[in-house]
Design a protein around this ligand. Structure first.
Ligand code: ZN
Length: 67
């Protein structure tokens, strides 16, 4: 699949695009937004940044409960 490093944009085989179409979509996203698009052979998007963000939100909520 191809995915954006700056936002949640991605295209994968399950979206029904051919490899040529996915490359075209990725290029168009880059041209339109200036975002960096990366590609991976895996079906699942590497999701470390989102996981860290979820942990941060949980920490913030926890501190709100305490106040
Ligand atoms: Zn993007």
């Amino acid at each position: 699949m191809k995915y954006c490093l700056n936002c949640d944009w991605s295209v994968s085989v399950s979206d029904g695009f051919t490899p040529q179409e996915r490359s075209k979509e990725a290029l168009e996203h880059h041209v339109e937004t200036g975002h960096a698009v990366d590609s991976s052979e895996t079906v699942v998007r590497p999701d470390v940044p989102s996981l860290a963000a979820s942990t941060l939100v949980a920490d913030l909520l926890e501190s709100h409960d305490g106040s």
